[in-house]
Design a protein. Structure first.
Length: 75
């Protein structure tokens, strides 16, 4: 888990305002029967020890997974 930045915001995980880390993870997923690896971005709440994604991150993570599939399918 690579920490990209720390932001003070309302954490939707624990519903408290505190410093939340924006992190980058290397994920593996199966898309259309193909195992793909890609970087995914999440927020990490240390108080709850949970990761969550906002709408923008979900869209970005979905695109990263599909791009990794396209690269794997082209090989």
């Amino acid at each position: 888990m690579q920490v990209l930045e720390t932001i003070r915001k309302l954490c939707v995980c624990c519903m408290e305002e505190h410093d939340v880390k924006k992190v980058l993870l290397r994920e593996t997923n199966i898309y259309k029967g193909v195992s793909v690896k890609y970087n995914a971005e999440y927020f990490y709440c240390e108080k709850a020890d949970e990761m969550y994604a906002d709408e923008q991150q979900m869209t970005s993570n979905d695109s990263a997974m599909k791009n990794a599939y396209r690269m794997a399918a082209a090989c």
